[in-house]
Design a protein around this ligand. Structure first.
Ligand SMILES: Cc1cc2nc3c(=O)[nH]c(=O)nc-3n(C[C@H](O)[C@H](O)[C@H](O)COP(=O)(O)OP(=O)(O)OC[C@H]3O[C@@H](n4cnc5c(N)ncnc54)[C@H](O)[C@@H]3O)c2cc1C
Length: 484
């Protein structure tokens, strides 16, 4: 069975849906093939922040900011990989960020901010409200309005080669059958990152192979399919994590259950901008304590990590994420005494944060994550509340400190994001290992990162939407250079 479209988009996250909207707007018949039962990928699991300079929200708040300043501030985050950055794409990102944000708002998304995000010199972080499910919700709605066919549960398994050596379509599993889908003008790979691909992690960062990702279906399918077709991959070593994350609540928090409707977004935007945070703190905390991990400052202050048996297993100040993954069940607990508990009960010492929105302290965890929080007058009683061996826990807390004793957990270590992507040119056409572009093959979002380093808050989703829109437009136009 063969079906045929002008543009075939692989992946229905922020980049793929943006690509499809623009391709359809340019008159191309377009299909999005999404392997999961729902669209959104990592985009719908994210915090949802976008950093943008010169945005309409900044202007409304009287903040004077420029893409040049944003470009410079990104230097703070690139660290050891600085020399590998694709500065042309950093330029593209900062120059388009405000426009990208305006476009998203024109589709119905609401943002709170801009908020400060030091060391950025100006408040330029914009946080989506009510939650990041707004991305697939509004982008998917616009794609359908434009006539895009959005196929869920449609896993793309490979790229099809045309007579000229370029791409002529994809192989996909539709309704349990392997189907050829032709792309007359182009295929846009928008399949996300490889944070949960053991194979790619083993190749680039073997020490991270066994550490799972926040998004279990981020398996680098686009990277692998394109490489098998002759594409070049760059910056594969740039992987964020392992980070520590508390296990998800059995029942999802209120914020993650709310529909991302326009009125709710606007209501939250207004409330966050104009009302004292104390008024709706319980609501914000339900989100804050549901999906985030503890700050390393707790470990520096003296909290220790123990495993399910109550044994201390690592130097907490040396990348404990790697050691946590090797513990029974891959889990650990933070244990601390009353001094650390008091310290992390009020500003400035927070346990977790959604940057720019709010900070969560120990009383927030006590109230909103009863499943994670344990407290007892003796180390033995704490061990029994946690189901751990009392002698082991006592041995772990050699400098036990003062009662009562507290524990937070279980927590696990997770890879959050990977920055390695296919090499692409300024039109988001995929570049072959042998040089030159692969005809009719485009990449956007995480898989089309082209060597750009997007560390720091709010750059990945902005890149996904910006590059997705561009790739969709270029694919629909079918550039003459593709056929050479
Ligand atoms: C916990 C967390 C918090 C984050 N917070 C932020 C933040 O606040 N700000 C920010 O800028 N970035 C953030 N990020 C990063 C950001 O979410 C991602 O980099 C971005 O959303 C990637 O978008 P994408 O479209 O490239 O990929 P995705 O959104 O992952 O979409 C890719 C889609 O492709 C589909 N797919 C994959 N393979 C196939 C296949 N073979 N066939 C068909 N479909 C396929 C996937 O199922 C998925 O739906 C966060 C990430 C995480 C995990």
């Amino acid at each position: 069975m063969t079906r045929s479209f002008d543009v075939v988009v692989v992946g229905g996250g922020a980049s793929g849906l943006s690509a499809a909207i623009e391709a359809a707007a340019a008159g191309a018949t377009t299909v999005v093939l999404e392997k999961n039962a729902q669209p959104g990928g990592s985009s719908r699991l994210s915090v949802g922040s976008i950093n943008a300079a010169g945005s309409s929200l900044q202007k409304r708040a009287g903040i004077v900011d420029t893409p040049d300043a944003h470009f410079e501030d990104m230097d703070y985050y690139v660290g050891a990989f600085a020399s590998r950055d694709n500065l042309a794409f950093r330029r593209l990102l900062v120059d388009h960020a405000a426009e990208t944000l305006d476009w998203l708002m024109s589709l119905g998304l609401s943002f709170y901010g801009p908020t400060a995000d030091p060391p950025n010199r100006q408040p330029r972080m914009h946080n989506v409200v009510p939650n990041s499910r707004a991305y697939p919700y509004y982008l998917g709605r616009e794609a359908r309005r434009r006539g895009v066919e959005l196929r869920l549960g449609a896993q793309v398994t490979g790229l099809l080669r045309g007579d000229d050596g370029g791409v002529r379509g994809v192989m996909a599993m539709l309704d349990g059958k392997s189907v050829e889908i032709e792309a007359r003008r182009g295929v846009v790979l928008a399949a996300g990152d490889y944070s949960n691909s053991a194979e790619l992690k083993r190749r680039f960062r073997p020490e991270l192979e066994g550490i799972p990702a926040v998004n279990p279906t981020a398996t680098g399918d686009g990277h692998r399919m394109a490489e098998a077709f002759g594409a070049r991959l760059v910056n594969g070593e740039v992987i964020y994590g392992p980070g520590l994350r508390f296990v998800d609540p059995v029942r999802p928090g209120l914020a993650s259950r709310l529909p991302p409707s326009w009125w709710l977004g606007k209501l939250m935007q207004l409330a966050l901008n104009h009302l004292p945070i104390a008024l709706f703190r319980p609501f914000v905390m339900a989100f804050m304590t549901a999906s985030l991990g503890p700050e390393a400052s707790m470990l520096r202050a003296g909290a220790v990590l123990v495993n399910a048996k109550g044994e201390r297993f690592a130097d907490e100040l040396q990348q404990p994420g790697l050691a946590i993954a090797q513990q029974p069940g891959g889990q650990a607990w933070l244990v601390f005494d009353s001094r650390v508990a008091r310290m992390f009960s009020e500003p400035p010492h927070y346990i977790s944060t959604a940057p720019g929105v709010a900070f969560a302290y120990l009383p927030d965890y006590r109230r909103h994550r009863k499943d994670l929080y344990h407290c007892a007058e003796t180390v033995g009683a704490l061990a029994s509340s946690l189901g751990m061996s009392a002698p082991a826990l006592k041995a772990s807390l050699t400098a036990a400190g003062k009662a009562p004793f507290h524990a937070l957990g279980p927590l696990e270590s997770r890879i959050v994001i990977t920055d390695g992507g296919l090499a692409v040119n300024g039109s988001h056409q995929v570049i072959a290992e042998a040089g030159g572009v692969i005809a009719r093959l485009y990449a956007a979002g995480a898989v089309g990162q082209g060597g750009a380093l997007l560390a720091g808050n709010g750059h990945h989703i902005c890149w996904a939407v910006t590059s997705g829109r561009r790739a969709g437009r270029f694919a629909a136009q079918r550039l003459p250079s593709q056929d050479r």
